[in-house]
Design a protein around this ligand. Structure first.
Ligand SMILES: NC(=O)c1ccc[n+]([C@@H]2O[C@H](COP(=O)([O-])OP(=O)(O)OC[C@H]3O[C@@H](n4cnc5c(N)ncnc54)[C@H](OP(=O)(O)O)[C@@H]3O)[C@@H](O)[C@H]2O)c1
Length: 331
């Protein structure tokens, strides 16, 4: 593959701007084009981030023969549709979390990636930061013995303008898909298997979407995960991994994780500190480029079948809550 990998960014919202900043610090990445639903918006983005090409439709970006890989930063409800137009034009895709709205959509997205033989990955940032890779190394070395419980919380008290994506059910808003996906994906990363039992509660608030929830997952060998997620509560953003011999605590785990403590016999035995370079989205972009150069069609750090499994867990959780999205009705 040529020296620089040419990226396109599809949509110009909050996370797309952060992704443009992330690409700017990677010497082998070139942000070559951006697309918005509105040409003027794309042009403003292009001017701000020094992008040579701006398109007023997503289709034009998908059809640009110079682009190698497209980052999708639209609301979850559009991830399937937007990824499909890119993959059908032979483009590799990095698609934001939540991967899709439901497991049926995720299965379809993966099916098309395999049919078109293109790279596809869910942008689950936690898996790519250096601290988390080292924590996984500690677990593999048996530093906490056998893992028996995971407790993770991704909560924040957001202040959103009316109709904002995060709370708008029409855009897949709500805590489960927006932040619950992080803690569910975290448990999946630790246990590397699907749960055999899934229970949870949530509160559907005035927004019409879920403001907060708790999920408890049980795995085949009796391992358990206790997971909290909220968009309306000033609770913590941290994770514990409890083993038979001790535990690990990771602070600020779903934002900028830089510190993990190993606790043995109730005392801190070792502290792991790893700085974050850039805004951390650069790590997932680097993984995409590593895979593309190696000719891989998916990343071993975020396998496609696991992204589907995570959507299945969220489907199972929300069924008893009566939480239905408009995309569910398209099935
Ligand atoms: N990895 C992370 O840390 C992280 C953080 C935040 C969000 N995310 C994920 O990124 C995605 C986007 O989140 P965001 O906070 O960046 O959202 P946002 O600021 O609302 O931006 C979304 C963009 O999507 C495009 N879009 C297309 N159809 C739309 C529609 N009907 N309504 C609204 N926007 C539409 C718009 O771009 P154009 O107008 O240019 O077409 C819009 O600017 C979500 O899936 C979210 O879960 C990830």
């Amino acid at each position: 593959m040529k020296n620089k990998i040419k990226w396109g960014i599809l949509s110009t919202g909050h996370i797309s701007k952060k992704f443009a900043d992330a690409l700017a610090i990677l010497p082998d990445a070139e942000l070559a084009a951006v697309a918005s639903r509105d040409l003027e918006t794309a042009q403003k983005f292009a001017e701000k981030f020094k992008v040579p090409k701006a398109y007023g439709t997503y289709e034009e970006l998908a059809g640009d023969p110079d682009i190698d890989v497209i980052y999708i930063g639209t609301p979850h409800t559009f991830h399937l549709e937007n990824s499909m137009i890119c993959m059908r034009k032979g483009k590799a895709v990095l698609c934001e979390k939540a991967f899709t709205i439901n497991a049926a959509e995720a299965r379809e997205m993966v099916r098309v990636a395999r049919e078109e033989n293109v790279f596809l990955m869910e942008a689950m940032i936690t898996r790519h930061v250096p601290l988390i890779k080292k924590v996984l190394g500690w677990i593999k070395e048996g530093r906490i013995g056998e893992v028996r419980m995971v407790r993770a919380s991704r909560c924040a008290r957001g202040v959103f303008p009316p109709g904002a994506r995060q709370m708008n059910p029409e855009l897949g808003g709500g805590s489960l898909l927006d932040v619950g996906v992080y803690v569910i994906s975290f448990a999946s990363m630790i246990y590397q298997k699907s749960p055999v039992e899934t229970v949870g509660v949530s509160h559907i608030g005035d927004w019409g979407s879920d403001e907060q929830g708790i999920a408890v997952l049980k795995y085949g060998n009796g391992e358990i995960a206790d997971l909290s997620f909220a968009l309306s509560t000033a609770a913590v953003n941290e994770a514990y991994i409890f083993g038979t011999e001790g535990y690990l605590k990771i602070e600020d785990v779903f934002a900028v994780p830089t510190k993990a403590s190993l606790v043995i016999n109730k005392a801190v035995a070792e502290v792991l500190e790893e700085p974050i370079i850039g805004n951390a989205l650069n790590y997932e972009a680097e993984e995409v480029m590593r895979c593309l150069r190696a000719g891989l069609k998916e990343s071993p750090l975020m396998p496609l079948d696991e992204s589907v499994q995570i959507m299945e867990i969220m489907d199972n959780l929300r069924k008893p809550w009566g939480l239905v999205y408009s995309n569910d009705k398209k099935e």
